[in-house]
Design a protein around this ligand. Sequence first.
Ligand code: NDP
Ligand code: 2IT
Length: 446
Amino acid sequence: MLHEKLSSIYDNVLRRNPGEIEFHQAVREVLDSIGPVLGKHPEYAESKIIERICEPERQIIFRVPWTDDKGEVHINRGFRVEFNSALGPYKGGLRFHPSVYLGIVKFLGFEQIFKNSLTGLPIGGGKGGSDFDPKGRSDGEVMRFCQSFMTELYRHIGEYTDVPAGDTGVGGREIGYLFGQYKRITNRYESGVITGKGLAYGGAQVRTEATGYGCAFFVQEMLKARGTSFDGKRVVVSGSGNVAIYTIEKVEQLGGVVVACSDSSGYVLDEKGIDLALLKQIKQVERARLDVYAQRRPHATFVPGRTVWEVPGQVAMPSATQNEITGQDAATMVANGLIAVGEGANMPTTPEGIKVFQEAGIAYGPGKAANAGGVATSALEMQQNASRDSWTFEFSEQRLQEIMRDIHDRCLATADEYGLPGNYVAGANIDGFRRVADAMLALGLI
Ligand code: NDP
Ligand code: 2IT
């Protein structure tokens, strides 16, 4: 049940943003957590902080025309939602996927506000993307799309304004084309305008690995808080993109055995542990489908068209997309001996699934805390760009691990403070919210 004031705010969000169901879901989860904060801080309600946080500062929607290799013209839609800049320039990734529409970009941008706040670094929240589908497109087609996308986006971004990065469908290749076009149009080598750059042109060590590594570090802390570790644990990962691959890499380094991962065509089960070199070859070099893994490693099986959550594991690390774990999936996972969930993806568990995990006493680390290592390392990239410096891999990874430990500890401490021990959802939402709210109060009505 929502606090009365929050309930009318939520009704307004539904009314003002019709049909944007993922955005509604993300707002609801935060509002569910922050009721007790309003009791302690009436000044937040008086200044209508929550109403202001739920309304993006700026929403940009634009046409993206481009030509394919045959010369045929295509039109996509581009988005950038600049949600909240109380803590710093808008910061958040770009997603290229056919499912992208305003409701997806707004849910991701809203989550990003609190996630970025949790990192403790000076970054506001934003998100963008397009309904462009990069699958099966040549490098030339992807480049022309990225150039057209940036030809509009460039006027809205800047190192002190809004700093995009990657997300689903946007990795090192796309960031290179986007930065190249920004540089060409503006005639400025403004490294800090985008993060996730290649190491040859201003990128930072560990940014590629950061979301997956950070999520593994976060789960390591959750396990430690319960007196255990990754050692010998059976781990199930969804997805096989950037976040999944580096989650698998770090979990294996920490002693866990990742037995399954997936893509949108199905999952592979490899009881000997996922062969990471083979997975990287298939996904990063060949950009092929996951059935190829089982063709090359005959003892592994590829299971088409089914959810990876039917594979028993003690730790689950969803790293594909939103709402990929239903209430039913969660019940199966709990029955199969699950003890911890670390969300590499954004909002991968449905509200029904979260309820199942929490009622079963699972250590459940929500995305805005568990996957914050990616954006935190982006902020470190901005810091290195601003000082024209570059740090070693070891130093950067150590910074990342400290940041994840700190986020973990603050989530737990905040949950304790509000009488909800072990509730990482409440801890993350309350701690993330408070910092943004205090900054907004200090900045006046803007
Ligand atoms: P990638 O594009 O590198 O990989 C995405 C993976 O998830 C692919 O294996 C893809 O399969 C699968 N996937 C994506 N969408 C769907 C879908 N609708 N249904 C089934 N499978 C799907 O993206 P990332 O690894 O970068 O991102 C994964 C998740 O992590 C997203 O939720 C993203 O928002 C989140 N995230 C990413 C960060 C980053 O730094 N990149 C930071 C924090 C969170 P297929 O190839 O078959 O589509
Ligand atoms: O969801 C996320 O935090 C990201 N896609 C990373 C954002 C960033 O700016 O590095």
